[in-house]
Write a protein that binds this ligand. Structure first.
Ligand code: DGL
Length: 261
C-alpha cells in the first residue's frame, strides 16, 4: 500500500481526496492535512506564504511519511510547487487552474476563471493563459468569499444564494452575441459549491472541476513508488485543533487527528 498526503489550507482538498478515495479504493491510504491556522491562503502575501508552506510541508512529511503529496490547493501550487520540489524529495502533484482544458473545449471563446484573490495575481496563472488560452477571451476573477462559503456549507450553514450570485457574476459576460460558456473552478473549495453555482448562474455553462484528473495523476505517481505492504491510515493533520473541521473530516471517513504547529 502507498500513502498519499492531500494538503490544503482547509476543506477544499476534500474534492481531490474524495476523487482519490473513489478511484484508488484499497490501493492507497489517504491522509489529509489542513492548514486551518493559515486559512485563507487567498489573502496572504506571496513570499510569506511560499516560505510558510515550504516549512510546514517539512513538518508534515516528517509526521506523515507520504509517498506522494498532492498540493490540493491552487493558491499554494501556483506559488510554491517549484520551491517544494527543490526543498523536499517526495514527489508533489500540484493543482493549477484548468485553463488548458477550458481553452480546448470552449465554443464561444469566452472563458471565466474563478479563483482566490491570491491565485489571480500570480504570474503562473497569467502564463497559463498566455500559453494555452491566447486565442480566447479570459475573465479572471478573484472571488473574495467563495472559499469561506464552501467551508461554511460543509460545517452545516446554509449558502446565501444572493451572496453566491455576486461572487460568481463577474465571469459571466456577453460580447457581440457570444457569452461565457466555460468556467474554470480554480480553487479546490469551489466544486463543493458547484450545485449551488449552477442554480444561481445567469445562464448554463460548463464548470471545469479538475479533481478527477488530479486524482488519476496522483495514483499514477503513487503506483510508481515501492509498495510498503499493509498500512493503517487515514489520519488528519491540522495546524490548529479546530473541532468544526475535524468533525467534517471524521464524517468523510478520516480517523486519528494530529496537530502540527
Ligand atoms: N483551496 C485553496 C485553492 O485551491 C484556497 C482557499 C484559500 O485558502 O483561500 O486555491
Amino acid at each position: 500500500m502507498r500513502r498519499i498526503l492531500v494538503f490544503d489550507s482547509g476543506l477544499g482538498g476534500l474534492t481531490v481526496a474524495r476523487a482519490l478515495l473513489a478511484a484508488g479504493q484499497g490501493r492507497v491510504v489517504i491522509d489529509y492535512a489542513a492548514d486551518v491556522a493559515g486559512f485563507p491562503y487567498g489573502d496572504w502575501e506571496e513570499g510569506a506564504l511560499r516560505a510558510h508552506i515550504v516549512s510546514l510541508m517539512g513538518r508534515l512529511i516528517d509526521a506523515a511519511f507520504p509517498d506522494v503529496v498532492v498540493v490540493a490547493c491552487n493558491t499554494a501550487s501556483v506559488i510554491s510547487l517549484a520551491a517544494l520540489r527543490a526543498e523536499h524529495e517526495v514527489p508533489f502533484v500540484g493543482t493549477v487552474p484548468a485553463i488548458k482544458p477550458a481553452a480546448a473545449q470552449t465554443r464561444t471563446g469566452i472563458i471565466g476563471v474563478l479563483a482566490t484573490p491570491g491565485t489571480v495575481k500570480r504570474e503562473y496563472t497569467t502564463a497559463l493563459i498566455h500559453t494555452f488560452a491566447f486565442h480566447c477571451k479570459v475573465i479572471l476573477h478573484g472571488a473574495p468569499r467563495l472559499a469561506r462559503m464552501a467551508e461554511d456549507k460543509l460545517a452545516g450553514c446554509l449558502v446565501d444564494p444572493e451572496a453566491l450570485r455576486q461572487e460568481i457574476a463577474p465571469v459571466f459576460t456577453e460580447r457581440e452575441g457570444r457569452r461565457t460558456d466555460t468556467v474554470v473552478l480554480g480553487c479546490t473549495h469551489y466544486p463543493l459549491l458547484r450545485a449551488e453555482m449552477e442554480d444561481v448562474a445567469p445562464w448554463p455553462v460548463t464548470f471545469i472541476d479538475p479533481s478527477a484528473a488530479i486524482a488519476r495523476r496522483a495514483l499514477e505517481v503513487a503506483e510508481s513508488c515501492d509498495d510498503h505492504g499493509e498500512i493503517r491510515g487515514g489520519k488528519v493533520f491540522l495546524t490548529a485543533a479546530e473541532e468544526r473541521l475535524r468533525n467534517v473530516l471524521e464524517k468523510e471517513g478520516f480517523g486519528e487527528m494530529v496537530v502540527i504547529r
